[in-house]
Design a protein around this ligand. Structure first.
Ligand SMILES: *Cc1c(COP(=O)(O)O)cnc(C)c1O
Length: 380
């Protein structure tokens, strides 16, 4: 089956006596055993639940992984995956990470004895130099958040595997429709399902997708021990979102390219970061490892006043955190997603008071461009 079909039919194995077409919301904490010594498929919803299992099978099929586990948030998924590592482990990670992942690594995992080396993973030589005998993981976000740096996933996987380390790829920004990290060698793929997979800004979710049975068994052990699984109703919502993932992604990417091209022509916009622009730094690698460019654009505007005016004046775009939904949003990373990153570090990377991050939705591109024009030029 091709990807678009898998989004609807990856797991057609819905067994119920009514023949429901969509997977019902199986709102049950526990399951009745058929008899002593008679094994039943489900026993307790922290271990597994039919609605969640259905969604997990879909996501595993879309990524081409061995198994997927669904959690209540992306951060829970990342936390559970990081349980695979013991104190004394060294990890190399993209320096331009989602703010929540950065906080988890620096303030929680670090305290538990895992040492992190943050670097620009778009430079494979830099990654290779940082390998140590106890390096067990290279953690990648590509494109990164919010600077859109592109890492050559295959090259980094080769470096990691030659040195006995795993590679985790947070694939939230592109989704398996555009980028399939397992085909490039990744060991675990992570998602904030809150974003493009769910796609409607109405539910939080996270996924850990494992390449092998061995990793899947280990992740399942931590999952059932820790908890934080996705609830049946939210599993239903994310599953419903996935049915339209390819058509949403295509419209979003088409809109984003038009908007990025328009932004390049605005004199008050000083820098445009979009991986679909042919003159962007990561374009060549994107062409090689991804089938599309997604909907995330960052900009540096002329002044802090202009950044604030845009946020105050937009009418179709909304000033809100998050990304990947059908509605177009703009965030101010300095005050929101990256507020916990020390100021000197933010400034060094250009995440300053002139920096905005745009998540393009599925509205009409001309309406979106008109909205930005009036907000930027103050003539609305
Ligand atoms: C939002 C996000 C997360 C965290 O996901 P939540 O569902 O908000 O917990 C992790 N990685 C990336 C790239 C994200 O955008």
């Amino acid at each position: 089956m091709n990807f678009e079909t898998l989004c609807l039919h990856a797991d057609n194995n819905i067994s119920d006596e009514w023949g429901t077409l969509s997977m019902p919301i199986c709102q049950s904490a526990t399951f009745v055993h058929k008899g002593v010594d008679v094994p039943s498929e489900y026993s307790y919803s922290r271990l597994s639940n039919p609605t969640r299992r259905h969604l997990e099978n879909t996501v595993a099929a879309l990524e081409g992984g061995y198994a997927a586990y669904a959690f209540s948030t992306g951060m829970t998924a990342i936390t559970v995956a990081m349980m695979l590592f013991e104190p004394g482990t060294h990890v190399i990670a993209t320096d331009d990470l989602y703010g929540g992942a950065l906080r988890l690594f620096r303030n929680v995992c670090n305290r538990n004895g895992i040492e992190f080396d943050f670097t620009d993973t778009s430079d494979p030589e830099e990654v290779e130099k940082r390998i140590r005998p106890n390096t067990r993981l290279i953690y990648i976000e590509s494109p990164s958040n919010p600077l859109m740096q592109v890492t050559d996933i295959q090259r980094v996987c080769n470096i990691a595997h030659a040195n006995g380390a795993y590679v985790f790829v947070d694939n939230t920004f592109l989704t398996p429709y555009y980028q399939r990290p397992f085909e490039l060698g990744a060991d675990i793929v992570l998602h904030s399902g809150t974003k493009y997979l769910g796609g409607h800004n109405d539910a939080l979710a996270g996924f850990v997708v494992c390449a092998t049975k061995e990793l899947a068994e280990r992740v399942l052990y931590y999952s059932k021990t820790i908890g934080g699984q996705l609830a049946p109703f939210d599993s239903f919502l994310i599953e419903r979102g996935i049915k339209t993932l390819p058509i949403r992604m295509d419209r979003i990417s088409e809109n984003a390219l038009k908007i990025a091209k328009y932004l390049k022509t605005e004199p008050k916009i000083k820098k445009v970061y979009y991986v679909g622009l042919e003159d962007s730094k990561g374009f060549g690698i994107m062409k090689k490892q991804s089938r599309g460019f997604g909907g995330m654009i960052s900009v540096e505007v002329e002044s802090a006043e202009l950044a604030r005016r845009i946020l105050a004046q937009i009418r179709i775009f909304r000033y809100a955190e998050s990304l990947g939904g059908v509605d177009s949003l703009i965030t101010y990373p300095m005050l929101q997603t990256h507020a916990d990153v020390p100021k000197e570090e933010r400034d060094a990377r250009g995440i300053n008071d002139r920096f905005l991050r745009i998540s393009v939705g599925i509205e009409n591109a001309d309406d979106l461009i008109d909205d930005l024009k009036q907000a930027i030029n103050g003539n609305g």
